[in-house]
Design a protein around this ligand. Structure first.
Ligand code: MOS
Length: 743
């Protein structure tokens, strides 16, 4: 009864799979340049204050050390405008913490100096020789305490439709608070930059970034350069999850050091530094009130949230937004504040906003379903809407009900106990839970160059990056479909700012945005080939483009397939070496303006809870995606698997811990910041609706990177409640929080 794409044996279709497996694929830190120097950061041991004195004399005399750069000897950086606040309005400025610029300390572990040496080891060895004397000031890092002090919060952003707090007028309602700690992206590849100046006003960087063009423009505006004189290469990126969506201290520091020393400089963050020098998901507190009438129809939702930012920048995300549009409800009010703390600035992390928001909303709906004595899936269907109630526009496509049907069947929902804590298997309490994820699915602007050669090969170029989802593969597949030519004759090149402009890889937008441009470029090439046939191939003279087709490397007549010419013969006949075009596909096409577009997911979990230890064991996961057409089943499935693993981490293990007496992160390693173990991952059934959504773009595909994770943590929390009767609203759900012995 279910479609093919999910049951087909997945061929290894990853075009870069072999290179990534055999080590041929190069990542930023792996590039070796002649005369390369190595930079390492010396970081602060206080959370707030000033560096009164920095003694670098011993470090500078240490073996191999070339320089120690800090505020007193750092060359002027044009974009480090001394008159600017830390939140500049001027576009020609570096945004964020100005590394090596002044003696202020804004968070524990902030870089206060850069040691540059002839080897990584020599640079590292000199760190302990730098002595800092601080003037310490009182720091604020304790979110749980400070969020209660309204004077500490930035002004709220509010939204209201209908009546405020209408949920409390409903016959059944609940109101509860939810807490999510700081979580960190921790991609396998550390953030790294190699910078070298090719002249006074020209620089090249190898950089771990999700956006070669974004890094290019950051470096250009920081160092007062023309964009065309900044080249950024990020051919392979070993994971990002959002941490590569802006440039961090390693980027300007490498540029500064390279200029000062007049040689290439490489900086690679350490794993502990990855915890606070490359962003993180902010800590959040949420409160949701939700009420329904006796039939389950939602009466009102009130959703409040506070998340942390740094003292020197505002970072905001749409935590409460999901409550405004996912379900049919007339009365919604939301409120969102940020709380500045003496920590580094957060950034988007997989499913930014919605990952936190859906944890709370989808937990609240589950909780309400027990009050109503109603199946939580039925409750969601009862409040289903195919018109976005916030902007009143129809969803371009929404097939969540198909996801529910599949998940229900495959997880074995009929065995779910309606009364929590009543089902036992193998000595464990068994529970079933589900939750929904949603994320915006737009299409932006991208340019693509397509070069079709006389040997019948096609090369495409776009300055996007591939942080791991398989963009190279999916773009090659889109080109293969649009050009109707074999995969192995197509090469898609990315990760170089010299290529035509593409978006940063973020917000699950790459396939839709760049894929549309690839499709457009290929269709243009097809058109060009038809025109060449009319012009140069005698059998096509006087024929119309509309009666011609390009397929399997031939141009032929649709009315008489025996009239044909191979594309290679055609290129020869027309005396062309290449057809070389660059096209731009714009965002906001007219049909896109008539609809509101999202990708959706529904996650289903079966788990057991050990009554003695409170330990959760996931037994089965069914995860379903409603994201339009699936371009590459293998890489799409892998994305969903990754989302589930990330979701298990969010639900059960991951949390940054801060010692508030010092402001220091005390678990900045994989030994102490727990990510899910392999043994915690159950069999995962991945399924896609796989219905093209042509209202969004010509290829019918929407993103799935975010929806793979969004909502998953709520599915786990809901299953834990179903198993034990314990409603856990603070992540991660650790055994001591479940604590059935004392219950
Ligand atoms: Mo994703 S958080 O948009 O890299």
């Amino acid at each position: 009864m279910y479609n093919n794409i999910n049951t087909t044996i997945l061929q290894d279709e990853r075009v870069d799979g072999a290179d990534k497996t055999n080590g041929k694929a190069k990542y930023t830190a792996e590039y070796q340049l002649a005369n390369l120097a190595y930079g390492v950061f010396v970081t602060s041991n206080i959370a707030k204050g000033t560096v009164k004195e920095l003694d670098i004399s011993k470090a500078i005399a240490a073996p191999g050390v070339l320089d120690v750069i800090y505020y007193a000897n750092c060359p002027a950086v044009p974009g480090y405008n001394p008159n600017a606040s830390e939140r500049p309005k001027n576009v020609n400025e570096w945004r964020g913490h100005k590394v090596l610029y002044d003696n202020k300390v804004r968070f524990f572990g902030q870089p206060i100096a850069l040691i540059v040496a002839d080897s990584f080891e020599n640079a590292n060895a000199a760190i302990r020789l730098v002595k800092a004397v601080y003037d310490k000031e009182e720091h604020e890092t304790n979110f749980d305490v400070l969020r209660k002090d309204s004077t500490k919060l930035k002004p709220a952003v509010t939204y209201k439709r209908g009546q405020e707090k209408a949920f409390a007028t409903a016959s059944k309602f609940i109101e509860a608070e939810y807490n999510i700690p700081i979580e960190v992206h921790l991609p396998m590849e550390m953030h790294a930059t190699i910078a070298y100046w090719e002249g006074e006003d020209k620089i090249t960087l190898y950089d771990k970034t999700q956006g070669p063009k974004s890094t290019q423009s950051t470096v250009a505006r920081t160092f007062g350069l023309q964009e065309k004189n900044v080249r950024v290469i990020a051919e392979n990126v070993g994971g990002g999850f959002g941490s590569g969506l802006r440039s961090w201290a390693n980027v300007p520091a490498a540029c500064i050091a390279s200029k000062k020393l007049n040689r290439p400089v490489k900086i690679v963050l350490t794993r502990p530094q990855m915890f606070n020098l490359a962003g993180y998901r902010p800590q959040s507190w949420q409160k949701i009130g939700i009420g329904a009438d006796a039939t389950g129809k939602f009466i009102g939702i009130t959703h409040e949230a506070i998340s942390n930012t740094s003292k020197y920048e505002d970072f905001r995300e749409g935590i409460v937004n999901v409550s405004r549009f996912l379900y049919a409800v007339d009365n919604v009010d939301t409120k969102y504040n940020v709380l500045p703390l003496d920590l580094s600035t957060p950034i988007w992390m997989r499913g930014p906003g919605e990952a936190s928001g859906c944890f709370a909303l989808e937990s609240a709906i589950d909780e309400l379903s027990y009050q109503l004595n109603m199946d939580p899936i039925d409750l969601r269907i009862k409040n289903f809407t195919d018109i976005n109630p916030e902007n009143k526009m129809p969803f371009s496509a929404i097939n969540l009900k198909d996801c529910y049907a599949y998940g229900k069947e495959k997880i074995g929902w009929k065995s779910r106990p309606t009364k929590p804590g009543t089902l036992k298997e193998n000595g464990m309490y068994i529970g079933y839970g589900m939750a929904v994820g949603v994320f915006g699915a737009g299409k932006g602007t991208a340019s693509v160059r397509a070069v079709f050669s006389k040997d019948g090969r096609l090369v495409l170029e776009c300055a996007v990056s591939d942080m791991g989802p398989g963009t190279t593969t999916s773009m090659t597949k889109i080109a293969s479909t649009s050009m109707q030519m074999p995969l192995d004759k197509i090469k898609f090149k990315l990760g170089d700012s010299d290529f035509p402009a593409g978006p940063s890889q973020g917000g699950s937008g790459t396939t839709s945005t760049v894929g549309s441009a690839v499709d457009m470029a290929c269709k243009t090439l097809q058109q060009n080939l038809k025109e060449l046939a009319i012009q140069f191939a005698p059998s096509f003279a006087n024929k119309l483009i509309t009666e011609m087709e390009v397929k399997n490397e031939y141009v032929f007549l649709t009315t008489d397939a025996s009239v044909k010419i191979s594309v290679i013969d055609l290129m020869k006949l027309s005396n062309k070496e290449v057809l070389d075009i660059t096209i731009t596909s714009n965002g906001n096409n007219p049909s896109q303006m008539k609809y509101t577009s999202n990708s959706f997911s529904a996650h289903f979990v079966k788990l057991g809870v050990n009554p003695k230890t409170g330990k959760v064991k996931l037994l089965k996961v069914v995860t379903t995606g409603d994201n339009g057409k699936v371009i590459s089943p293998k890489t799409a499935r892998s994305q969903m698997l990754g989302g589930v693993v990330g979701g298990i981490g969010m639900a059960l293990t991951e949390q940054v811990q801060i010692d508030h007496t010092t402001g220091q992160i005390i678990n900045s390693s994989f030994g102490t910041y727990q990510v899910p173990l392999h043994s915690m991952i159950p069999p995962i059934d991945v399924w896609f609706v796989d219905k093209p959504d042509y209202n969004v773009n010509s290829i019918g595909a929407k993103g799935l990177g975010e929806i793979a994770l969004i909502g998953f943590s709520a599915a786990v929390a809901n299953a834990v409640y179903n198993a034990t009767g314990k409603r856990l609203r603070d992540l991660p759900i650790t055994p001591e929080k479940i604590n059935l012995k004392k219950a």
